[in-house]
Design a protein around this ligand. Sequence first.
Ligand SMILES: Cc1cc2nc3c(=O)[nH]c(=O)nc-3n(C[C@H](O)[C@H](O)[C@H](O)COP(=O)(O)O)c2cc1C
Length: 221
Amino acid sequence: MTLADLHALLAARASTRAFAPTPLPRERLAALFATAQRAASWCNIQPWRVAVTEPPHTEVVRAALVAAARGGLPSPELPFPINYPAPYDQHRRACGGALYAAMGIPRDDKAGRYDAWLRNFALFDAPHVAIVSVDKRLGPYALIDVGVWLGTFLAAAAADGVATCPMASAVAYPQAVRAHLPIPADHHLLFGIALGTPADAPANACRTDRSPIEANVTFVA
Ligand SMILES: Cc1cc2nc3c(=O)[nH]c(=O)nc-3n(C[C@H](O)[C@H](O)[C@H](O)COP(=O)(O)O)c2cc1C
């Protein structure tokens, strides 16, 4: 594989927000996790821990999340960012705008936006969700390690044609998740990854752009 091949793969990857119901075979899922297992981590501690649902258990988690979201405010174990300063706020607005535009939801359509928000907790109908946690005793660098793993996993899935959506919202109601999955009490819930094959739906037309590298990278000679 060349750098151009990898660039093309990553450029073509996009979050999927409407899934077909057909589950993926256990072996295909396992092959993705085996590839992501090669991710680098500080001292090779490999701190990611993952609980992956398969039908019918995905429905149990989905129902619990939707009920929790309808019933109360999110209370994630790691605080969600609320106010983004510039320039991050522009990216955040553009990201939301791209999704609502793809779904045909106008800015002032509060009911439409609420329904779109609720779709997160229905896991976008995905047949699988991988819930990722980390041991609380490990510090912030373990979070970096898990982020490296996530990027590796998303690339592996893209290479195999598996649709994904990384989802903080999947852990926004921790009790709903903990009640139905074996998450150790001494772990922080970090995020979920919805997994499956894409449905033919407007939400999946959403595309986000990226800044030129000058916004992120400084060369110092
Ligand atoms: C840690 C993390 C959490 C995310 N949480 C959500 C989420 O709860 N709901 C959602 O629709 N997208 C979520 N996303 C997807 C991002 O919105 C998406 O990756 C970003 O807008 C870039 O778009 P792309 O993935 O299509 O390239 C999350 C992504 C990451 C990395």
